[in-house]
Design a protein around this ligand. Sequence first.
Ligand code: SF4
Ligand code: SF4
Length: 154
Amino acid sequence: MWRDGRLRNGYCRDCRYCCGPQDNPEPFPMAILPSQMRPGLDEDFHLLAGDVACLDDRGCKACGHRGCRLTRSKRPVACELFPLVLANGGLYLYKTCPAAVFAPLADTIGIGHEAAAWLSGFSPAELRHIALNLPAQKLAERYVYLDIAVAYPA
Ligand code: SF4
Ligand code: SF4
């Protein structure tokens, strides 16, 4: 369900895949908003760039024994959305998530519309910063398009 500006997924407690070591060394970028920039960012995240954290086969540095040790305001926007992903001008569902397998797609699409409404509160520049730009083949292999467009015009 979507609540208080984040996706709550009943599978996460048992799964915990997202924050831990991924089965793929390819980094998943998680952009940090300008308002979230702070000293010591590299203590919380593996960084792809100064303002882009990432998740890969090393897991996330912010993941502790009891889950994420960061307050929500310090987490990348991607963490609030997952297993939904903002990419290529729309919302996608990450196929690896158990929710993609077991939850009815219609329910997920409903959550996606709530997430899109939440994202409309971000500026186009912020949305461009956090959105992924993925090749069509990777989108098809790893994601399900929810047919929900999110505009972030230049
Ligand atoms: S893969 Fe899905 S169920 Fe697992 S931790 Fe991530 S969002 Fe939660
Ligand atoms: S910042 Fe927190 S919620 Fe996001 S991937 Fe890292 S441990 Fe998980």
